[in-house]
Design a protein around this ligand. Sequence first.
Ligand SMILES: Cc1cc2nc3c(=O)[nH]c(=O)nc-3n(C[C@H](O)[C@H](O)[C@H](O)COP(=O)(O)O)c2cc1C
Length: 365
Amino acid sequence: MLRLFEPTEISGMTIKNRFVRSATWVGMAAGNGACTPKLVDTIVMLAKGGVGLIISGHAYVQKQGQAGPWQLGIYEDRLVPGLRGMTDAVHEHGGKIIAQLAHSGLFADPALTGHAPLAPSAIAGVTRHTVREMTLQTIRNLVQAFGLAAERAQEAGFDGVQLHSAHGYLLSQFLSPFFNRRADRYGGSLENRVRIHIEILEAIRSRVGGLYPVLIKINTRDFVGGGLEVEDSIRAGQLLQQRGVDAIELSGGTVLSGKLSPIRSQIRNEGDEAYFRDYAVAFKNRVNLPIMLVGGVRSFDVAGQIVNNGIADYISMSRPFIREPDLVKRWESGDRTKAACISCNNCLVEARTGKGVYCVTKGGR
Ligand SMILES: Cc1cc2nc3c(=O)[nH]c(=O)nc-3n(C[C@H](O)[C@H](O)[C@H](O)COP(=O)(O)O)c2cc1C
């Protein structure tokens, strides 16, 4: 079991244990995406609570990529000093933090962005908004925007970046044959659907250098008819490995996936936990990169088995840390009872009211 608490390294970044706080939008940024003292306090609680690596909430790299209210932004240089406050505070408490870089594509909210959502293909019926298919120029602009955002992250003191290519957001839309119906070099074959990722990686590397951790979160499966399936996801992982990605976080599902969403409810027993575990096994056999497994891990024993059996290298969690930011410390101190989170998902519902994400079941706000 002790392997969970052993330090590891990813491309020069030392992580003190194998626990990762998966990217979590907490609805505490300012209206323009700037970091706030409340957001810093929330993130610092995780560092104090022993989380080895914190991944920020998805931060939009272009204004038109904003998905939700009070979401963190990284689309302009003037946001850097605020972000520096967050990274300094985490480092003071011995933590590591990386920025999740994102664009929500089809699921951007025009009420917030003032633009029609951009997507690989203008498929109808998924959102109630009119969607615009990305031109080659808007793709070029997006690639540059990710590169610039990574440079800002580095300047702001983040220990690395993670590309958000999961859950049906823009990069995940490119990978998915359901969302991506393009007939040009960005659509069709897997090599074409992963092309934008490779171009973004190149843009990022040209700005941050070769030794800066660049991670990616991807879907193992979309759980949508005609969507991304695991074989293509693994092949994408192999191509990304060849192009210099440093670690992969495995997730799955989209907002269209019903019960098989990325954020599944009703995790009642150990059998329900780690719901992408089988896909991680398949990945581990064929992709030679550190693997972070997210989705429903609640028990110390399950976490230990995953790491000890070589299924994944890191245990990534979101909701358990909303309820117990000090969960890792608790487990490390010897209290190994499972996470108190009951996966009711009320944290998500309440956050839309502007109070920020908190555990509604536990109460307190
Ligand atoms: C309130 C909330 C906000 C989330 N925000 C993000 C996000 O910004 N980026 C992301 O990749 N996933 C996000 N997720 C998904 C989580 O990172 C994670 O993949 C999912 O909750 C499953 O893990 P869990 O069972 O440990 O909660 C969010 C989940 C929750 C509950």
